[in-house]
Design a protein around this ligand. Sequence first.
Ligand code: UDP
Length: 236
Amino acid sequence: MVKYGRILLKLSGESLMGEQQYGIDVNRLNEYATQIKAVADMGVQISIVIGGGNIFRGLSGASKGYDRVKGDQMGMLATVINSLGLSSALTAVGQKSRVLTAIRMEPIGEVYSKWKAIEAMENGEVAILSCGTGNPFFTTDTGSSLRGIEIEADVMLKGTRVDGVYTADPEKDPTATKFDTISYDEVYERGLKVMDMTATIMCKENNLPIVVFDMDTPGNLEKLIKGEKVGTYVHA
Ligand code: UDP
């Protein structure tokens, strides 16, 4: 039995770097592909949004003098590079996938629509939704909230290198404790950095729960799908 029939998995671009300082670590990518296939084999419908921070971020580009809109477009193209990399890794482990793009760029991928994503998932393919929202001044966290709501996902699973939401940054404060569950209001009141504000509000208003979990521990994704206690459940 699976707890979630349809998921939106968000992976940050940074997580694809593994131990590297930049770009894609092939071993990490293959490890993610293996975890994703295991869950697809359980019959779960999967859409994935990947960030681009391992390659380029518009905001940090702007601080170096890049035009913000062009920088954000560079960031969105970075998500396409990561999406193609993941799609290729999924093919290598025997899992079908389809890259859809929020910005028209055939033949790299078909233009995204809710129905194409659902068609792909119902066909047993993993739908990889690239370019975030397709607009500058947004993030892929907002892109994944938007897509998760559109495709009527049961939950958004936010894979990070930390195993949940803590009272403080556990990498800096050893006294920080982890929440098993927390509401979006409490995340806001405590000023916790789970996602950016736009993404958080979209999830809250549209009643999309998220689970923040450590995707770098093999098997965690499968445990989550089976309903085992992994990560922090954030609810409206
Ligand atoms: N981006 C954008 N619009 C979107 C999503 C992303 O302009 O809807 C750009 C933005 O410049 C962002 C970059 O793409 O910094 C990479 O995405 P993000 O920073 O969310 O990646 P992550 O932090 O998850 O690696």
